[in-house]
Design a protein. Structure first.
Length: 84
């Protein structure tokens, strides 16, 4: 604090489109990777980018300490409401 440097910790929930998370997690098995997001509308990399831009555009007197963003059908790291 006091240095003028602002730091934001970004903690996104399930982010699918635009990332390699599921492919890496499933060791390159693309069928399993695609199934990771079956039945719910996950976040996209562009969603997180928009939130980061919002944090960066805040006045200098404001520091967004934690940006915790989840899809509306995710209630926590292990709680996901799937449809269908």
């Amino acid at each position: 604090y006091g240095s003028g440097v602002r730091v934001t910790n970004v903690a996104p929930g399930f982010v699918g489109e635009g990332t390699e998370f599921a492919a890496v997690r499933n060791k390159g098995d693309m069928a399993k990777a695609a199934a990771t997001y079956d039945g719910f509308d996950e976040l996209r990399a562009s969603d997180i980018a928009c939130q980061l831009l919002w944090a960066l555009r805040q006045p200098e007197r404001i520091n967004v300490d934690l940006l915790h963003v989840m899809p509306s059908n995710q209630g926590g790291a292990t709680r996901i409401k799937r449809v269908g």
